[in-house]
Design a protein around this ligand. Structure first.
Ligand code: F6P
Ligand code: MG
Length: 460
């Protein structure tokens, strides 16, 4: 596998400035019954059990491909993963990584940092560590199990679920691709009002596409069954913060200011889940390009299988190939057009190991200055999904009314926005009383995925 990045920084903990700004603590030290607790106690072991089962079912394939060695590494991987599940379920201390992947040292430094925070409480363990850290750590340990066992080190334990989720969303994908082609036909003639209306529709489709992640469902089917486009109006009241108008103001100003044909207007999309959500992101990206609100789109994906359904380079390419090969004209045309965008480099795909570290995004400039510098070239960065939101806001127990820009703790390489359905208990930027009202009327509002936000920040 190609190693995509340099990770030049050493993590020595947050600066005193960060600590001052970051008064709230991370949502951690699981209270029994909290969402974090249920995730670690129930959902993660379920995911691990599914992973073990997947490796087990592939033992014959490994044998066919690599002979006795394949069979042996299959067994070794299963025993590593079973041990991992036992460590988790019996609240064992977090242990250092032992593979040679380039992010290994940073993970181990991060463990030292967490250990230094523990004081008399003993070493960090699965139930005595920040939730964000241990959840990321589990996926990294799954990757360790695979990388320690060549020749199967390219095996994606979540690939089958991702593919299944794509196929189960087929009808919704067809509807979206068909609609998208209708827009393209008239895109040159749209008035500003029509253009903003189409942008808003695609932003909302991309937002609600984020419901389809497979980590919240512990790997069970969570695909998009119905046509989203017809439901947008009904779903609108569930968007708790809606900064779409700010996004329009920004991107339409790109277009107006873009009198110089050679100037490039770049939008970056930090991807989340493969399957239906990825197709919604690709449609949004192509719309920005075809409407000339952007001249280049940069996508950012994961360097390893992550949170079950997150997009890797393999998923990205597979999705475009599947669309191309589809037996439906508009799906196939989308695939062909999007492959063309990659070939002419108006779409660029990146992956970087920073995205699968446990660090908050405000650490990016220190840990991965190359990635931070890359993002500084952007005119707008769109962060998809819940996990990215947790990392943007540091997964802190913020008051609901703290401004989004403040929760970023100085992370602002360029104007940025988040499209996220709520699946964890951090939320900022609400109106006074809004969070309390929701807690009263719908106690699960933070974790059910029913609500969404489109939040935007330009403040530096
Ligand atoms: O526990 C739910 C969860 O696993 C969160 O930890 C995580 O933030 C989310 O699901 C993943 O969602 P998304 O795919 O939107 O990042
Ligand atoms: Mg995800």
């Amino acid at each position: 596998m190609a190693i995509p990045c340099s990770l030049s920084g050493k993590f020595e903990g947050h600066s005193s400035r960060a600590r001052q700004v970051y008064s709230p603590t991370q949502s951690n030290r699981f209270n029994v019954g909290s969402f974090a607790y249920v995730t670690i106690k129930d959902r993660l072991p379920q995911i691990l059990t599914k992973v073990i089962d997947t490796v087990h079912r592939h033992k014959n394939t490994f044998f066919e491909k690599y002979g006795e060695e394949g069979l042996a590494v299959g067994k070794k991987t299963i025993s590593f993963l079973s041990k991992l599940r036992n460590e988790l379920q019996t609240d064992k201390p977090i242990i250092a990584l032992t593979d040679t992947f380039p992010d290994c040292e940073l993970w181990n430094q991060y463990l030292e940092y967490q250990t230094s925070l523990m004081k008399e409480e003993g070493p960090p363990s699965w139930f005595k560590s920040p939730w964000l850290y241990v959840e990321c750590y589990m996926y990294r340990r799954i990757h360790e199990a695979i990388t320690l066992n060549p020749p199967i080190c390219d095996f994606d334990v979540f690939m089958e679920s991702k593919h299944q989720s794509f196929f189960e969303s087929q009808q919704a994908i067809i509807t979206l691709c068909t609609y998208f082609h209708e827009i393209l036909k008239s895109i040159g003639d749209l008035t500003d009002d029509q253009m903003s209306e189409e942008l808003f529709k695609l932003l909302q489709v991309s937002l609600w596409g984020n419901k389809c992640d497979l980590s919240i469902s512990a790997g069970q089917d969570n695909s998009q069954k119905s046509c989203l486009l017809n439901s947008l109006q009904d779903l609108k009241p569930l968007i708790l913060v809606n900064d779409m108008a700010n996004v329009w103001t920004l991107v339409s100003s790109f277009k107006k200011g873009n009198t110089n044909e050679s100037s490039s207007l770049r939008v970056d999309i930090v991807l989340d889940n493969a399957g239906f959500e990825l197709v919604t992101d690709l449609a949004l990206a192509d719309f920005l390009l075809s409407s000339k609100m952007a001249t280049q789109i940069h996508f950012h994906g994961k360097s390893m299988p992550w949170y079950v359904s997150d997009t890797t380079k393999q998923d990205f390419n597979w999705t475009i190939k599947q669309l191309q090969a589809a037996n439906h004209m508009w799906m196939s045309k989308c695939g062909i057009k999007w492959e063309g965008n990659l070939n002419n480099e108006s779409w660029v795909y990146h992956d970087h190991l920073f995205w699968s570290l446990p660090h908050e995004f405000c650490d990016m400039a220190q840990i991965s200055p190359d990635l931070y510098a890359e993002l500084q070239k952007s005119n707008l960065i769109i962060f998809k999904g819940d996990l990215n939101y947790r990392k943007l806001t540091g997964d802190r127990k913020w008051d609901f009314t703290v401004p989004f820009s403040q929760s970023l703790n100085g992370f602002q390489p360029a104007p940025l926005g988040s499209l996220r359905t709520l699946k964890s208990d951090v939320q900022v930027g609400l109106k006074t009383g809004q969070g309390e009202q929701l807690t009263f009327s719908d106690p699960d509002w933070l974790i059910s995925g029913k609500y969404g936000v489109i939040q935007f920040s330009t403040a530096v």
